[in-house]
Ligand binder design. Structure first.
Ligand SMILES: Cc1cc2nc3c(=O)[nH]c(=O)nc-3n(C[C@H](O)[C@H](O)[C@H](O)COP(=O)(O)OP(=O)(O)OC[C@H]3O[C@@H](n4cnc5c(N)ncnc54)[C@H](O)[C@@H]3O)c2cc1C
Length: 474
């Protein structure tokens, strides 16, 4: 439907027809239960409209997962997200959980399958199938969808009890008793995400956590030991730590890094991309934004061990598309453990140190890192001194990547920051400041790691906002 100039009255206007907005509209109509199954829309269900600025609905869903849409993940909990209120997040994730999402799609003829590390995709490997499923469900549920309808202002002329007037470009307007703001973040702006919800929330008086690009490549200084490795793929465990944190502290069991991500990484001309780099980018960007003295340390060794947490994926022709869970991400090894491991199989005979290490790590990476600590790659491994081994340990497991930034919204998959969960009513995501206004999806301060977690948040938060809006109208 594209009749954007008609004035009309609704019970609920959902601003933004992405994953969160479409799920919110379905939940507002009572068309899905918390088990994911379709429900007959009850008589008197709220009259609901979705307004989307884009001429084509669901562009981000179509672009997601490389066109395959990683719908969710088999294992999701609050540790997979950055937020101001993990205890509140747990409740939302439970209200519409992974099983509900699976049932939602599978019972509507969009079966899913799991890839390594739990990523769930439609069996057709086609994001359009996911979008079609949502849009068909909306049609069945009597949700109206109007687009392009670019909401420029949301006003409440009759005061706190009156209906909302949503004004669109070109004089279009809609009147609604409740508003769900599901306008997404600022990432990939060509899909329509421009951060409208953040500005609106701030104008209402919310203390919006400043939006920043996340799940974006990290950028290193030109003199980083990892510069010049562009195109090399290798599993890396990144740790974001306070500046000056030593390897000995990190290898000890007490230190908790500010963030850690362990998984495949691809070095770029400016830094690093791939799951582990993207996963650490949100906290890294936030720390830099807040001018905290931090360092990004790279461990190129721990994920290559035959008995380590990444061993199952080392021989895969295609590296897993997400990182290990935070629980499985290893800390760097102690010196003793490193030397025992490094010496165990590779150092028989008269091999050169670089060649021996290159059995586990690409030679270009070994050479760059040994050079950074002044250890000669060509020297026989057997002649390496204890000091050499100390340096090799440091270089391979605690390399200072010389972080200087995080790439921008054009490259970022998500936007971190948004309306704090603590400023939204528990369970319904209604603003504690402006009654009748609900926030969901990326407008709220919840950012998942790579692997289907951001869509899981979109479904779960959309569901809670939709049920919350329906309850407030009942
Ligand atoms: C390239 C890419 C790949 C991704 N792949 C995955 C993946 O595989 N798995 C995963 O979990 N996550 C993935 N993500 C992240 C995921 O897509 C988002 O977290 C999720 O789509 C957010 O949903 P949302 O509904 O909050 O916002 P969005 O999907 O951004 O939807 C917001 C909608 O609001 C509309 N809008 C904005 N402002 C206005 C306005 N003023 N008036 C009217 N309409 C407006 C926009 O047009 C848009 O349609 C990916 C992101 C990108 C960029």
């Amino acid at each position: 439907m594209s009749d954007a100039t008609l004035d009309a009255n609704y019970d609920v206007a959902v601003v933004g027809g992405g994953a969160a907005g479409l799920m919110a509209a379905l939940a507002a109509r009572g068309a899905t239960g918390d088990d994911g199954l379709a429900r007959p829309v009850p008589a008197g269900a709220p009259r609901t409209v979705v307004l989307d600025a884009s001429p084509k609905i669901g562009l981000k869903i179509l672009a997601s997962g490389g066109g395959r849409c990683n719908v969710t993940n088999e294992h999701v909990d609050e540790r997979d997200f950055e937020t101001d209120a993990p205890h509140l997040l747990r409740g939302y994730l439970a209200a519409f959980d992974v099983d509900a999402v699976r049932v939602f799609f599978e019972s509507r003829e969009c079966p899913l399958y799991a890839e390594s590390l739990g990523k769930l995709f439609p069996r057709t490997d086609d994001a359009a199938h996911v979008l079609r499923t949502l849009l068909h469900a909306c049609v069945d549920a009597g949700v109206e969808i109007r687009h392009p309808f670019d909401v420029e202002a949301i006003e409440r002329p009759a005061g706190a009890e009156g209906p909302f007037h949503l004004r669109g470009a070109g004089g279009a307007s809609v009147v609604a008793r409740r508003v769900i703001v599901a306008t997404g973040g600022k990432s990939l702006p060509k899909t329509g995400s421009r951060g409208f919800g953040f500005g609106y929330a701030a104008a209402l008086g919310h203390d919006v956590v400043p939006p920043l690009p996340a799940l974006a490549p990290v950028l290193f200084a030109p003199d980083s030991p990892l510069a010049g490795l562009s195109g090399v793929t290798h599993p890396v465990a990144f740790s974001l730590v306070h500046a000056g944190t030593t390897l000995e502290q990190a290898a000890g069991s007490k230190l908790r890094p500010l963030a850690r991500a362990a998984g495949s990484c691809v070095f770029t001309h400016a830094g690093a991309s791939g799951p582990s780099a993207l996963d650490v980018s949100g906290p890294a960007g936030r720390a830099l934004f807040e001018r905290e003295p931090v360092e990004l340390r790279a461990d190129v060794w721990s994920l290559t061990t035959d008995d380590g947490p990444f061993a199952a994926y080392l021989d895969d022709p295609k590296p897993p598309g997400c990182s290990l869970s935070p629980n499985d991400s290893p800390r760097p090894p102690t010196f003793e453990a490193f030397v025992a491991g490094a010496r165990s199989h590779a150092f028989a005979g008269h091999q050169q140190l670089g060649n021996a290490l290159a059995k586990r790590i690409p030679k270009s990476v070994v050479e760059a890192l040994l050079k950074s600590v002044d250890v000669e790659a060509a020297r026989p491994a057997k002649t390496a001194t204890a000091l050499d081994w100390k340096r090799v340990h440091q270089a391979l497991t605690w390399c200072d990547a010389k972080l200087v930034g995080v790439d921008g919204y054009g490259k970022a998959e998500v936007t971190s920051g948004g309306v704090p969960l603590s400023e939204l009513k528990r369970g319904t995501l209604e603003s504690k400041i402006a009654a009748g206004v609900f926030f969901c999806g990326e407008t709220a301060n919840v950012t998942g790691r790579l692997g289907g977690f951001n869509f899981q948040w979109a479904w779960a938060s959309g569901y809670s906002a939709g049920r919350g809006v329906a309850a407030s109208l009942a």
